[in-house]
Design a protein around this ligand. Sequence first.
Ligand SMILES: *[C@@H]1O[C@H](CO)[C@@H](O)[C@H](O)[C@H]1NC(C)=O
Ligand SMILES: *[C@@H]1O[C@H](CO)[C@@H](O)[C@H](O)[C@H]1NC(C)=O
Ligand SMILES: *[C@@H]1O[C@H](CO)[C@@H](O)[C@H](O)[C@H]1NC(C)=O
Ligand SMILES: *[C@@H]1O[C@H](CO)[C@@H](O)[C@H](O)[C@H]1NC(C)=O
Length: 486
Amino acid sequence: MAVPSLFSASVVLVALFCCYATALQPSTHDQGCVHLPIVHSTNVDYFSSKRGVQLQLANRSDIAYYAQLSIGTPPQPVFVQLDTGSFELWVNPDCTAVSGADAAFCERIGQYDTTKSSTATSLGTTKTLRYGIGTANISYFTDTITLAGSSTALQAVQFGVATASEDAFSGILGIGYGKDVATRYLNFVDQLRAQMVIRVKAYTLALGSKDAQEGVIVFGGVDTSKFAGKLARLPVLPADRSPDGVPRFWVDMQSLSITPPNGVNRVYDASKTPVFLDSGSTMTLLSPNLTAAIANDFGARMSDDNGFFTIDCALARLNGTLDFAFDGVTVKVPYKELTREVSSSPPACFLGIMASEKFTLLGDTFLRSAYTVFDLETDSIWMTQAADCGSSPAALNSVQDLSSVTGACGLSELVDSTSGTLAPSSSLESVDGGGAAPTRSGGSQAPGTSSENNRARPTSGTSRRSRSSMGLVSSLGMALMLHILT
Ligand SMILES: *[C@@H]1O[C@H](CO)[C@@H](O)[C@H](O)[C@H]1NC(C)=O
Ligand SMILES: *[C@@H]1O[C@H](CO)[C@@H](O)[C@H](O)[C@H]1NC(C)=O
Ligand SMILES: *[C@@H]1O[C@H](CO)[C@@H](O)[C@H](O)[C@H]1NC(C)=O
Ligand SMILES: *[C@@H]1O[C@H](CO)[C@@H](O)[C@H](O)[C@H]1NC(C)=O
């Protein structure tokens, strides 16, 4: 593979010096980057029962994305949800406060016991974290955090240990802005930089496609085997010019269009809008009018009580895309990646977009198809279409390098290529014949209710039913600024 020739000279040196080496030799802080696997919540290798009782993870289909941290001395492994939409790390959700598949999942992500760590220190302070869905009351501790697969150890990192939580089935690793922007202390990403584990305060997110089951996050670097060509730079909108005034990864979307199978691209009206990138949100949230127009194109007129649009599962096999256009780059999201599939009988499918009057955010149903660098130094997002042609994480010496970094993949390796193979989805096995829409009898009642926007309103109550119905729980990952600087 012609990887080196595609790099700029400076990046080649770093790549050879840095992350490739992690597998070959113990990593040191000089390496300049840390890459962690992103584990999909559907991955049974990680989250199924060891006693052979298979957890029904299909209900949790493509819900969330996890990284493993090891906390304390000796290290205690825990999985935490990667969330670009919030700012703090916390662990130990109350698994008795969630039910069904969520509780079983919660049991498997691991708990951290402060009394079993010789380096744990209580700070004696507490806070309540509120998310789009879910809350956690935490006590702050500091402890050593070791990163899985590397000997990198961060000393005295501040994080929360939950004393109570509601509607949270995992802890959260908030990787949004930290000290002096959104938090009063150095958050996890700040600490990686402060303790010289990374040379630039930036990280790359490649969630991986639904079929991939695994993605990668590279702190302090890039993975050139997860995209083709160049990255486009999008300025992050300053908080005071953003729709909600919170320092999130807000960028301007220029337009949203649909390219139907073998059809002509059509741009949606009024689709130019600021959006923020939120890996902590399963769904993408757009304005009610825009969502209605898209849903209509997917054959769905009304959302159900929970705000979900039931669509025909056969759509997920079609060669069509929704095309999210930004200044200098368009990310094409295949119908399949936009579709939420629930393995009921018959399988039920939902559009991965919901209406919200309050938030416009691109969640996992978008991010799986994008390769994104979050550059917290120059407040930029660098983005292009995701691809997959191996693994080659490399450290960045400076975020300026990003403009010269070229992806190692060919265009045929775009994971979401419309001209590529249309691998049948394993969870769609029984939808073939006749293309009948698997609309269940209760699936589309409540005409006219678009009140589901309250799912996304961090302060108002979301109905219990809307949170837990069929495991379609969406952690919106949005701790309000209000709750941060208190
Ligand atoms: C998965 O969903 C189905 C249908 O909604 C339900 O009958 C089943 O109990 C769920 N499984 C778990 C483990 O929650
Ligand atoms: C969290 O703390 C707040 C304020 O002390 C309290 O009102 C709330 O009930 C607590 N939440 C849980 C789940 O215990
Ligand atoms: C939404 O669509 C309705 C009907 O077409 C229109 O009257 C309204 O102005 C639109 N709202 C927004 C915010 O564009
Ligand atoms: C999918 O559609 C595109 C045009 O939108 C076309 O170029 C491509 O060949 C199609 N692929 C398949 C597998 O039908």
